[in-house]
Design a protein around this ligand. Sequence first.
Ligand SMILES: Cc1ncc(COP(=O)(O)O)c(C=O)c1O
Length: 452
Amino acid sequence: MKQPLHDSMNIVARDHEVCAGFARAPYFPLVVKRGRGSILEDADGKEYIDLLASAAAINTGHCHPTVVEALRDQVGELIHYTPGYVYHELKVQLAEELVRITPGKYRKRVAFGLSGSDSIDGMIKLVRAYTMRPKIVSFVQAYHGSTYGALSLTALSLNMRRSIGPLLPEVHHINYPDCYRCDFGSSPERCSLQCLNDFRRAMHYYLPPDEIAAVVMEPIAGDAGFIVPPKRYMQELHSICKQHGILFVVDEVQQGFGRTGKWFCIEHFYIEPDIIVMGKSIASGIPMSAIVGRAEIMEALDAPGHLFTTGGSPVACRAALATISVIESEQLVRRAADMGSYMQEELKRLAGVYDLIGEVRGLGLTIGVDLVTDRGTKERAREAAAKICYRSFERGVIVIFMAGNVLRIQPPLVITKEQVDKSLDVLEHSIRDYLGGKIPDEILNFAKGWGM
Ligand SMILES: Cc1ncc(COP(=O)(O)O)c(C=O)c1O
């Protein structure tokens, strides 16, 4: 038998031979092998500071000892028994915890899934069944996942939608309030929330509000480049929903579980949503997602309305309970707020030195660094983003870009100040290397990212 070769480049080559390319958006040839806290080790034993946290799915850090111990204990006890047919206490305990930590002082119910996408699909069923209305409003540039329902709300990449239609009918996309690249040519100082007037106009001419079941929104448009909506927009949108009996749903799959300096990002806007969809960091990397909503909405489906054989497994529940306990005992929500402010300040300092950085924005430890070729036109500096991420990888820092040009800074919430300082140092060196023309064009053949 042929002996497998274990160095990174060979594993990458073998991957390209046998794994489907559509499920991979490559930035650099990182082959992960081991992780501890905010440090990753590759197949060749090289270490990296992780500013990506597996796409914001490891808020507690890699292999947190409390999570690992809980998992070890649970796999020896019971790995799985489908919750479709039996009860288990861990699922109840976790549902009680999710009811406790989510905003909203009303009666709630919880349903578990395996990925953010399938919980988005479940949410779509619920809002339609509860309101008996067909239409859903989502946003241009939204990312809600890859299953047909979630993808129907997603509007971020032609490659995700091309040749696979038809998608779900009656989904309408409105503009996300992007104040840096305002679709209406306005600025925060002169803003009259024209983007919201556009929605109002749609409801007046062609989108009957009494046929809209829900507005579904990411409280920060993550994959669109970490766009933070203005508070005024959020509150007005919420009151429009209330006025017309439209449910307000937030997708916290990426921003939830402490990342933005609150348990859930929507708390920054003082809004109690009707439904919260969560996933990613909920179980520190073990597949799990959840829908938490007002009891009356969650009762709109009868069994077997939405269930999965391996959803809410004892192992995932144990990991999620350990995750919540770590976030609380290590005060990671507070830490995300503090470390996030520090990191943003430092990145803004770099923006003062390098014109390449058009804007630094975010909340807590979700930070976007928007690279532009020209601060006036705000043209996206795509090549710069690809090269800077690649060079940072070579220098031992994992950072990727979204929307073609926005550096994605979402480290584990346990990242230390030393690690932050070191990673910022590497980023600055990579920016200098880029500006000095020291990063070869060849890396662009590999570093395609999302291809936007
Ligand atoms: C905001 C948001 N919603 C939903 C999803 C889909 O989650 P999953 O990839 O677990 O299906 C993602 C994934 O990136 C996301 O960022």
